[in-house]
Design a protein around this ligand. Structure first.
Ligand SMILES: *[C@@H]1O[C@H](CO)[C@@H](O)[C@H](O)[C@H]1NC(C)=O
Ligand SMILES: *[C@@H]1O[C@H](CO)[C@@H](O)[C@H](O)[C@H]1NC(C)=O
Ligand SMILES: *[C@@H]1O[C@H](CO)[C@@H](O)[C@H](O)[C@H]1NC(C)=O
Ligand SMILES: *[C@@H]1O[C@H](CO)[C@@H](O)[C@H](O)[C@H]1NC(C)=O
Length: 349
């Protein structure tokens, strides 16, 4: 037996496969080679890794196919939960591309060449475990149809979406973050109103002319900067009782377009109205902490806009106030403002 093993080793060494004269080192070398070979190829948990992707043996539910010049979605083994396909040249996806991969939780398809015509109507519908779908940086004209209702984070920014169909997000009760920035949306209609979990909505850099009036009631963050908004419908913020961060910078807002107590809502922490055409400081709640008004046309310092009597003292909760780039200067800053702005960390006039 011992002789046979030595003869076998000698034979393999003769073929140049032996790296060491020490048979134990050699055996452990072959064993480690076999182990990695075995876990990549002899996969009993749901199919092989496609040649063009990496499926690390140490993390068998992830498949990395990003940045490889792919034009098609490769076959996705059914065990995969995290599928990285971003930064490729995929322009179309057939309806059956993911039929055997219903375990997918994250599907990364950002920075490809996907068009709406190229995506079959049911590509995503069977992915009942999907939580993150990233489709930003493609050429989509519409929100893909039949999206799974399990999605929590949906990115559709940097596409060419012009409108949101009424039922585009229907039944998506867990959708928490929706990114639609850098599209050409003019109107959202009622497509967003029934999203009970949505807390962050980003529609910045689009073509909105007004703040949408049908918005989900649980929003915490609403980003609408860099649109063409010149008016805000009355009471739109009063319906958003959880709203904390509201960004409206780089729009076309004038005093006339903002009904009197629009921003006198107590949940708001940060309000960005910079780079608009305001001539007055709008009335805001005394709870507001950060108020950005730089680069408007403000001509007077109306302390009463943010400073009001609370518990017999004039009070404001402002920490940051920016008024630089307006038509006032620090000489217009009323003396009594200092008393009121006790909590301020930074004031730019
Ligand atoms: C899905 O699995 C079935 C059965 O194993 C197979 O015949 C079919 O080709 C697979 N489809 C895709 C798109 O991988
Ligand atoms: C974007 O959509 C508009 C109209 O919806 C269309 O005219 C234009 O050609 C599209 N651009 C691209 C790059 O697809
Ligand atoms: C602003 O809101 C507060 C609290 O809701 C309310 O008491 C106050 O009357 C409002 N002020 C104006 C001018 O609307
Ligand atoms: C609060 O401020 C206003 C405007 O500056 C001033 O007229 C008023 O006397 C102040 N009230 C109190 C209680 O400090």
């Amino acid at each position: 037996m011992r002789l046979l093993m030595l003869l076998l080793l000698a034979g393999l060494c003769g073929l140049g496969l032996c790296r060491s004269r020490d048979p134990f080192r050699w055996l452990s070398y072959m064993h480690s080679r076999y182990r990695s070979y075995g876990s990549l190829q002899a996969d009993t948990t749901g199919g092989d890794c496609p040649q063009e992707c990496d499926c690390p043996p140490s993390y068998p539910v992830a498949m990395y196919c990003n940045g490889r010049g792919l034009q098609q979605v490769p076959n996705v083994p059914s065990r995969m939960k995290y599928v990285y396909l971003q930064n490729n040249q995929i322009s179309a996806i057939q309806d059956d591309a993911f039929v055997n991969s219903t375990a997918i939780v994250w599907l990364m398809l950002q920075q490809n060449l996907l068009t709406s015509d190229g995506i079959g109507p049911n590509v995503f519908s069977g992915l009942t475990n999907l939580q993150r779908l990233f489709l930003d940086g493609n050429l989509l004209n519409h929100v893909p149809s039949n999206l799974p209702t399990s999605i929590r984070v949906l990115r559709l920014s940097s596409n060419n979406i012009s409108a949101l169909e009424e039922g585009a997000f229907s039944g998506m009760e867990d959708l928490t973050i929706l990114k639609l920035h850098d599209n050409i949306i003019e109107d959202v209609g009622g497509a967003l109103k029934s999203l009970p979990s949505l807390t962050l909505l980003d529609i910045s850099s689009n073509r909105l002319r007004t703040v949408p009036s049908l918005l989900p009631e649980r929003l915490h963050q609403l980003y609408l900067e860099s649109n063409s908004i010149d008016t805000i419908p009355a009471d739109v913020l009063h319906k958003l009782s959880q709203l904390q961060f509201f960004r409206l910078a780089n729009n076309k807002l004038t005093d006339k377009g903002i009904p009197a107590s629009t921003f006198n809502v107590s949940g708001l922490i940060e309000l960005d109205l910079s780079y608009n055409k305001l001539e007055r400081i709008p009335l805001v709640s005394t709870k507001l902490q950060n108020l950005y008004l730089q680069a408007n046309q403000i001509k007077e310092f109306t302390l009463g806009s943010f400073c009001r009597v609370v518990d017999i003292r004039n009070y404001s909760n402002l920490r940051v106030l920016r008024l630089d780039g307006n038509e006032i200067n620090s000489g217009d800053f009323p003396q009594e403002a200092a008393l009121c702005l006790r909590l301020a960390r930074s004031i730019d006039v």
